[in-house]
Each structure stands twice: as structure tokens, then as C-alpha cells.
Design a protein around this ligand. Structure first.
Ligand code: PTJ
Length: 250
């Protein structure tokens, strides 16, 4: 359907449309729509903006990715539908690998996402031939499949909209995990090293801008940004934002 530009929820309706298109073209899982509904509700409560604490988490995440030896950006069906150009651009400016990594993995959907990313200009995307597993998870389960030279060997992994079980597995493997999750109470939010409580459609473009600004910082300065960060404090602040904003709106 054509969404009228005058509709007060125009942006939000366009985002929904991108996801339903994603399901139609075999990129996004049907469960991805449920996950989006959950995120949309939290985004509403946060005022659909990047809060100050989310921006600090984004800055810390970029510092971590710039300082990393083997940074990897994980792409799932929601990310591929919502921010294909932006995640490719973030990979390019950070010099980070991109790996398709699905919770509801099917080979058809992996292929559809790989084709979609290639159409948007990506090359060298990992994830089509996983040859390792996240070892805290059962090795035969599709959700544990990853690539050597990609997520398996990464020191820092960005996981937008990740499942809690897999986020914990990555942390248990000793990786620094950066999650983008609008729900500050989720298992993922609590298990990650840095949790960006922001919509992926704002967070990834913000991170591209931050990377361009921060790419010449020396290792000590990046280390300093990371060492001053406190994830529990970030999650507490996000919850306070929701509560105080909710009270102010009534
Ligand atoms: O494509 P697949 O098979 O890898 O599946 C991807 C989903 C997202 C379906 C899968 O990982 C899943 O089921 O995730 P969860 O456990 O529902 O967690 C998704 C989290 O992302 C929830 O806490 C949502 O609030 C949050 N979320 C949803 N949309 C956004 C979001 N966070 C940031 N930006 C969004 N646009």
C-alpha cells in the first residue's frame, strides 16, 4: 500500500513496510515481525530518539570496534531488511567483516540475504558456508553455526537484535559483544559488554558518523573511552528514561 507522507506515523509505517517486504522476499523471518513489534513498543516509550546514554554507548561501541583486531558485524533478517546500505557502509568505514548469522537459520534465507546484500554493493560477505560453531551451544543446532575467520574468531562482535542465548554464548567465548536492543530488560541487553538501547535505523547511521570522527584517535584514547563505560549504568538510565518520560507524558 502507498503510505501517505502526511500520516503522523509515516516513518514508523515505512519501517513496518520494509519488514513486511523482507518477509515477502524471503529475507526476514515471520518471527522478525514479532521482534519488531516488541522493539517498536520500547522505541515509543523512549520517545523514538537517540538518548544521551545511547549515544555514549554508540561512541563506546565504535571505540571498541576501531581498537579491535578482528571486528565482525553480524547481520540477520531484520537488519538486512531495515539497514542494508548502512550496515555495509559501517563495515567499510570500520574495515570490519560482515557475517550473515541467523537465529532461525534456513539455507534459502541465508542465500536471499547474501543476494540482497550483494545487490546493495557488499562483497566478501561471510555466513553462507559456516564451518564452526558457538561452542557453548549444541553444535548441531542451526543457531550455533558460524564461520572461522568471522564470528568464530572475532574479538569484537556487533549483534543488532540478537537472541539472549547466543549473546551469552559469544560472551562466554570471551568476545566483547556489542548489542543493539531497544529492550533494556532483555537477556541480550544484560549479557552484552555494551548495549545500545536505540533503534537500529538510528544506531547504525550514528555509528558511521562516529567512526568517521573517531578513526584517527590513538589506541590510548580509544582505550580510555572504553574503560570509562559502565553497561549496568546504561541499562539503568534507559529504564529511568522510559519511566520518567512515561510519567511526564500522562
Ligand atoms: O533473522 P533471524 O532468524 O536471525 O531472527 C532475528 C530475530 C530478531 C527474529 C531473532 O533474533 C529474535 O527472535 O530476536 P528476539 O529474541 O525477539 O530479540 C529481538 C530484540 O530486538 C527485542 O528485544 C526487540 O525489542 C529488539 N528490537 C526489535 N526491533 C528493533 C530492536 N532493537 C533495535 N532496533 C530495532 N529496530
Amino acid at each position: 500500500m502507498t503510505i501517505p507522507k502526511t500520516h503522523p506515523r509515516y516513518q514508523s509505517l515505512c519501517i513496518r513496510e520494509r519488514l513486511t517486504d523482507g518477509v515477502r522476499t524471503g529475507i526476514t523471518s515471520q518471527v522478525g515481525l514479532i521482534a519488531h513489534g516488541c522493539g517498536e513498543a520500547f522505541d515509543y516509550l523512549l520517545g523514538e530518539r537517540t538518548t544521551e546514554s545511547a549515544m555514549r554507548a554508540e561512541e563506546t561501541a565504535v571505540a571498541m570496534l576501531l581498537a579491535a583486531s578482528r571486528p565482525v558485524l553480524s547481520v540477520n533478517g531484520n537488519v538486512a531488511a531495515l539497514v542494508p546500505d548502512e550496515i555495509i557502509e559501517l563495515g567499510r568505514v570500520l574495515n570490519a567483516a560482515i557475517e550473515i548469522n541467523l537465529f532461525y537459520r534456513t539455507e534459502e534465507r541465508v542465500r536471499a540475504i547474501a543476494d540482497h546484500l550483494r545487490l546493495h554493493g557488499a562483497s566478501g560477505v561471510l555466513g553462507t558456508h559456516p564451518d564452526a560453531s558457538l561452542h557453548p551451544l549444541p553444535p548441531d543446532h542451526p543457531r550455533s553455526r558460524v564461520c572461522k575467520g568471522g564470528i568464530h574468531d572475532a574479538d569484537v562482535v556487533l549483534v543488532p537484535l540478537e537472541d539472549g542465548d547466543r549473546c551469552q554464548a559469544l560472551a562466554d567465548m570471551g568476545k566483547s559483544v556489542i548489542a543493539i536492543d531497544l529492550n533494556p530488560l532483555s537477556r541480550t541487553a544484560k549479557a552484552a559488554t555494551v548495549t545500545i538501547v536505540d533503534n537500529v535505523v538510528r544506531a547504525i547511521p550514528n555509528m558511521i558518523g562516529l567512526t568517521l570522527r573517531m578513526k584517527d584517535l590513538d589506541a590510548d584514547r580509544l582505550d580510555d573511552i572504553v574503560s570509562r563505560y559502565d553497561n549496568e549504568e546504561t541499562l539503568r538510565t534507559a529504564i529511568e528514561e522510559i519511566v520518567t518520560r512515561g510519567v511526564a507524558e500522562v
